[in-house]
Design a protein around this ligand. Structure first.
Ligand code: ADP
Ligand code: AMP
Length: 216
């Protein structure tokens, strides 16, 4: 299965990708996760990306395209992948199309998760992530059993630096300007499917499985 999860920040791409990975046996490729790991390690790429990420701006296309090209050539992508947070610009989508052609692969589906702006803001503001294992939560919509502690590994739950209110607003306008055009881009290619991302997490998951025509 070769899938793109498209949608604004907070739409639920990461949440859905994590459950799809288990059923489809293909890796989740989150450029956001890869970049955050590089920032944490202090690699030259991480140092370069940090300023853009903290400001809620996109990291330059050449950097993220390079990351994804390298990642898609790894052996665990032989049966497919779930792209989460990439592409985010038309040049990134064009570059992806070239890479896939070179690898003799074609996208099976692009799922667009559609969520109201106000809901996105409260999802991002309440998002928490486990510092140790990366599991995702929401203080209201997907709470951990014990506040601040990961159910899966007992790690500390933290808020992402870019999930602060002032950065969230900028990320939304960056999305509208640079990423939203990709909905029309993929609609033209006939692989786009729209999903109501306002539904509860399990219902969104069921809708995606329906589209992919695979059993949960
Ligand atoms: P994205 O990867 O698209 O930025 P996430 O998957 O991290 O978004 O989801 C953002 C936040 O919203 C998380 O805290 C998650 O728990 C919560 N969330 C995800 N999907 C839903 C949903 N369908 N309803 C309510 N909250 C959701
Ligand atoms: P995410 O975890 O997908 O919300 O991404 C967090 C941040 O990483 C974004 O706000 C960008 O600064 C950067 N980023 C992630 N993916 C991309 C991408 N495809 N293109 C450019 N920047 C990205």
């Amino acid at each position: 299965m070769k899938l793109i999860l498209l949608g604004p920040p907070g739409a639920g791409k990461g949440t859905q990708a994590k459950t799809l990975v288990e059923c489809l046996s293909v890796p989740q490729i989150s450029t956001g996760d890869i970049l955050r790991a590089a920032v944490k390690e202090g690699t030259p790429m991480g140092v370069k990306a940090k300023g853009f990420m903290d400001a809620g701006e996109l990291v330059p296309d050449a950097v993220v395209v390079g990351i994804v090209e390298e990642r898609l050539r790894k052996e665990d992508c032989a049966n497919g992948f779930i792209l989460d947070g990439f592409p985010r610009t038309v040049p990134q989508a064009d570059a992806l199309s070239e890479t896939l052609s070179a690898l003799n692969k074609e996208l099976d589906a692009v799922v667009s998760l559609e969520v109201d702006t106000e809901a996105l803001v409260s999802r991002l503001a309440g998002r928490r992530t486990c510092k140790a294992c990366g599991a995702g939560y929401h203080i209201e919509f997907e709470p951990s059993q014990q506040a601040g502690i990961c159910d899966k590994c007992g790690g500390e739950l933290i808020q992402r630096d870019d999930d602060k209110e002032e950065t969230i607003r900028n990320r939304m306008s960056v999305y509208l300007e640079q990423t939203l055009p990709l909905v029309a881009y993929y609609e033209k290619t006939g692989v786009l499917a729209r999903v109501d991302g306002m539904l509860p997490i399990d219902d969104v998951r069921a809708a995606i499985f329906d589209i992919l025509q695979v059993a949960e």
